[in-house]
Design a protein around this ligand. Structure first.
Ligand SMILES: Nc1ncnc2c1ncn2[C@@H]1O[C@H](COP(=O)(O)OP(=O)(O)OC[C@H]2O[C@@H]([n+]3cccc(C(=O)O)c3)[C@H](O)[C@@H]2O)[C@@H](O)[C@H]1O
Ligand SMILES: Nc1ncnc2c1ncn2[C@@H]1O[C@H](COP(=O)(O)OP(=O)(O)OP(=O)(O)O)[C@@H](O)[C@H]1O
Ligand SMILES: NC(=O)CC[C@H](N)C(=O)O
Length: 548
């Protein structure tokens, strides 16, 4: 039995487009001589459709699309994911799959384990299925599962997990998993190891078909795979692009494509895909960003140019009296290296006018924090004005996770934009990514990599005069946000208690800014976004509530 893995990039809600894509891949699988072709979880509507699932007109349209699709499928058989409304009394929705052959749906399965941690919120929409997905077809017992069904998270749900119940059943010839498993750094290896463990435990090859593409905050890397019970890779699809591979259950033959092995290589691919898909799906024409000659805007510009083409990226120089001439030289050198169009709008006069107006009204001189933030807001304002002026052009936000964590950014200033490209990268990762970018060609000027980070909002300002050293901020943000460590556990790791308190205090106080940030591209196991839901107006203290 030859099984094709159709790793597609559906667009959420583009039912007609997704139908056509599924038929195109089905046709290609037919040409390969496949018996069965598998598509990802919720492939008909894209994942995650979020509250579209609460709309009856959406569900009806999905239903009609599934019927249209079924009528077109002959051979090979195809398995697609879709939201299924309960035909019985009471409104219940299931995250389901349909096995289609010769114009008919021969079998359906409903996802049993609905994830509700981190970025996942499936019980908000779906009821869990109750039966194991065993379907005997052409003499083979196939076990169908949907993404989380093959995962197990200690402490989240009562045992047994679906994978435990599968292990207790009589032998199957293959375990098939329709997935929408989002990317974070290291996720590919994690998934491969998990599927190999599952294959060994279930004594059958596991075939996992993942979706690919950027969907707002979430990035999907694909890397669909088939793995034997002995841990041998039978098939593997590319990372971060659509692909069609296959494996043969009898002969063990299959197509194994190479995927990125280096972390920074996959990070660059992930962010590029995230920007490209976001712009493509919202039908934007191009990107605008402020080029400061600093590391964040430089890396963002490179990613934008890779994703959209340099002719679609407008770099804007917005010098103030506090900017050094080197910053402008570096910004121009970067733009030249990338082939970007640039525009220069000095902001000194605007700043003076605003300061004067405020001083006159208040009878006091405007300086310090107010003046610093005025500059960031003037820049934000001008970038948004350009976005209005050039229809279809969106502003790219350049902030990184370390700044966003501690609130080292100006609300309605440098926090503006349609999409935050680096918002899930701590500052050290931004540097690592810059080195990766420069591996092939030195696009980012050497001086940008060497100079100390500075917002240049007052004379001689350096980030590390306002904040603890970045290496500590980065590690503390990772420990607190990504690993969920407590202040005490961070101190036990050797960080000075004073620094832990300062960074975590800033982090908690900056929640209000994060509620107003553009969506970030999620590349870590815990990003600011869907998976980070803290109150703003809370009073939980950093020290133990009983004062101990
Ligand atoms: N709990 C709460 N809920 C809702 N809103 C709240 C709030 N607390 C304060 N606010 C509001 O927020 C305001 C303060 O926030 P905001 O105006 O943003 O400014 P703020 O956080 O006071 O200052 C921004 C800091 O970031 C630095 N910065 C700015 C720009 C770029 C960079 C860089 O390196 O890239 C660094 C800048 O030098 C300064 O130190 C308050 O005046 C108040 O209006
Ligand atoms: N002189 C400038 N010209 C154009 N844009 C600027 C300028 N200064 C700041 N910006 C914009 O505001 C963002 C915030 O930058 P800022 O220089 O204050 O700190 P940063 O976080 O160190 O960023 P970067 O590393 O890009 O400089 C920049 O990434 C850039 O998009
Ligand atoms: N769609 C899902 O069920 C995804 C959950 C799964 N644990 C993952 O991250 O890959």
């Amino acid at each position: 039995m030859k099984i094709a893995l159709a790793q597609i990039n559906p667009t959420i809600g583009d039912l007609q487009g997704n139908l056509e894509k599924i038929l195109e891949f089905w046709e290609r699988a037919r040409e390969l001589g496949a018996d069965l072709v598998i598509f990802p979880e919720l492939s008909l509507c894209g994942y995650p459709p979020r509250d579209l699932l609460l709309r009856s007109e959406f569900l009806q349209a999905v239903h009609r699309t599934l019927e249209k699709l079924a009528a077109r499928i002959r051979r090979p058989a195809a398995v697609v994911g879709y939201p299924e409304e309960n035909p019985g009394p009471g409104r219940a929705l299931f995250n389901a799959l349909a096995f289609i052959e010769e114009g008919r749906i021969l079998f359906r399965y409903r996802k049993r384990l609905l994830p509700y941690y981190d970025v996942f919120d499936e019980p908000r929409y779906f009821e869990p299925g109750v039966s194991a997905g065993i379907f005997t077809w052409r003499g083979k017992r196939l076990a169908f599962t949907i993404c989380e069904d093959l995962w197990s998270h200690e402490g989240y749900v009562p045992r047994p997990y679906p994978v435990d119940t599968l292990a207790g059943l009589t032998e199957v010839q293959a375990v098939i998993n329709l997935a929408a498993s989002p990317f974070h750094l290291g996720k590919g290896l994690l998934r491969r190891a998990l599927m190999a463990r599952n294959a060994a435990r279930l004594r059958a090859p596991v075939i996992e078909v993942n979706q690919v593409g950027g969907h707002d905050h979430l990035l999907f890397d694909g890397q669909s795979l088939a793995v034997s019970p002995e841990g041998e890779l039978l098939a593997q699809a590319r990372d971060f692009e659509e692909d069609l591979v296959w494996c043969d259950l009898e002969t063990g033959e299959g197509v194994v494509r190479p995927v990125s092995e280096r972390r920074m290589e996959s990070l660059l691919k992930a962010l590029t895909l995230g920007v490209r898909d976001f712009f493509r799906r919202v039908k934007a024409q191009g990107a605008i960003l402020g080029l400061s000659g600093g590391i964040d805007s430089s890396v963002t510009a490179v990613i934008a140019a890779r994703a959209l083409g340099p002719e679609k990226v407008l770099g804007v120089l917005l010098p103030s009296p506090y900017n050094s001439p080197e910053s402008e030289e570096d910004a121009l050198a970067l733009a030249r290296n990338l082939g970007l169009r640039t525009l220069k709008i000095p902001i000194g006069e605007i700043l003076s006018t605003m300061k004067e107006a405020l001083s006159r009204a208040l009878g006091t001189e405007i300086q310090g924090l107010t003046e610093e933030n005025l500059q960031a807001r003037i820049r934000g304002n001008l970038l948004m004005a350009l976005s209005n002026q050039f229809p279809g052009y969106l502003v790219l936000n350049t902030g990184n996770k370390s700044e966003i964590a501690v609130g080292y950014c100006t609300l309605y200033g440098d926090t503006c934009g349609a999409l935050s490209v680096l918002g899930d990268l701590t500052k050290d990762l931004v540097y690592e990514l810059a080195l990766e970018i420069n591996r092939e060609r030195p696009l980012i000027p050497e001086r940008v990599l060497r100079k100390p980070p500075s917002a240049e909002l007052r004379p001689g300002q350096r980030d590390e005069d306002d904040l603890p050293p970045y290496w500590m901020v980065n590690s503390l943000v990772r420990g607190y946000v990504e690993e969920g460590l407590s202040p005490e556990e961070l101190v036990a790791r050797g960080f000075p208690e004073k620094v832990v308190r300062e960074v975590l205090g800033r982090l908690r106080r900056a929640e209000f800014k994060r509620w107003q940030l553009p969506p970030t591209l999620r590349v870590s196991p815990r990003a600011f976004g869907y998976g980070w839901r803290y109150p703003i107006a809370h009073a939980f203290p950093l020290e133990a509530p009983d004062g101990s």
